[in-house]
Design a protein around this ligand. Structure first.
Ligand SMILES: Nc1ncnc2c1ncn2[C@@H]1O[C@H](COP(=O)(O)OP(=O)(O)OP(=O)(O)O)[C@@H](O)[C@H]1O
Ligand SMILES: [Mg+2]
Length: 285
């Protein structure tokens, strides 16, 4: 783990109050049959360098859409999204993403899939392999370098996707429900790893989650969204020192408060269950 060559970036805006990411009145519509679906309305948020934001909201409230806009995959939106004070123009190597589904290429091995994250980096082949190997160790997949995605469990595939998102040492890491497919124990371990990586590399992170506890464990601020159209309902600061104790009174109190915020107005839609979470009977019928 000590061999990781994570960038320790000199904050680009250390001497100014300028945020590393700024959403200004961002809105997004989708053309759907019979008209327009307003997915996001007037989303404004400043994120400071090194800050960790969690976006919490019910299914369909526009969380993945927001990340797609920030990563630069979709340019058709209202308002402005700035990184380092400049409006974004497509994708950029300072931003990395871990998608909601792992999106690995089935014909590439674990090693080759992770190496794709370095495609735009000016590294020698040996440096690439060294960096890829360090991240394989980090996510606990040593020995699976030459395995193909179909030979992995869902959780292992998701860990490959996390390694691919991190391997180029992005300054801003976007994570869309990255730990959703992991068992409870691995999930906690990965959350702790993410904290360690962030502390070491000074990464700014934007994590989408349905899990209130995960949001409180990881984030400096939790942005609670309301659905239809997706908009900010409330921003809650998590002023607890790290490492956070999931069983402490303050933690549990905040958890209650956020759960209430999320579900209190009866507008909450839980995520669709994954196939592996369904009881066999619901699959059989
Ligand atoms: N390509 C698309 N075309 C039409 N509608 C879309 C498209 N992508 C997303 N939507 C709609 O936009 C809304 C927000 O979708 P999004 O995927 O961002 O939700 P989400 O908050 O990530 O939900 P989940 O928690 O279930 O992943 C939903 O109503 C969805 O149906
Ligand atoms: Mg989503």
């Amino acid at each position: 783990m000590n061999s990781l060559t994570l960038a320790t970036p000199e904050p680009a805006n250390a001497h100014s109050a300028e945020p590393i990411v700024r959403f200004e009145q961002v809105g997004k519509n989708f053309a759907v049959e019979g008209g327009q679906l307003e997915a996001i309305r007037e989303f404004s948020l400043d994120i400071a360098e090194g800050e960790s934001i969690a976006i919490l909201g019910s299914s369909g409230c526009g969380k993945s859409t927001l990340l797609r806009l920030l990563i630069g995959l979709d340019r058709d939106y209202r308002g402005t999204i700035k990184v380092d004070g400049k409006a974004i123009n497509g994708i950029g190597s300072e931003r990395g993403i871990v998608f909601q589904e792992h999106r690995l290429f089935p014909w590439l091995t674990v090693e080759q899939n992770i190496k794709l994250g370095l495609i735009n980096e000016p590294l020698t082949q040996a440096e690439r392999y060294r960096q890829v190997d360090a991240f394989i160790q980090l996510v606990g997949l040593d020995g699976f370098q030459r395995a193909y995605p179909h030979q992995l469990s869902g959780g292992m595939a998701q860990r490959v996707a996390i390694a691919r998102g991190l391997v180029a040492s992005p300054r801003i890491l976007l994570l869309d429900e990255p730990f959703g497919a992991l068992d409870a124990l691995t999930r906690q371990q990965m959350q702790e790893e993410l904290l360690a990586i962030r502390a070491r590399a000074g990464i700014t992170s934007l994590l989408v989650t349905h899990d209130v506890e995960e949001a409180i464990f990881l984030a400096d601020r939790v942005v609670v969204m309301a659905p239809r159209p997706g908009r900010i309902k409330r921003i809650v600061e998590v002023d607890l020192p790290h490492p956070r104790n999931r069983g402490s009174y303050e933690f549990l109190q905040l958890r209650e408060e956020l759960l209430h915020e999320l579900t209190g107005d009866g507008d909450y839609r839980p995520p669709a269950p994954r196939v592996q979470d369904l009881p066999l009977t619901s699959i059989a019928y």
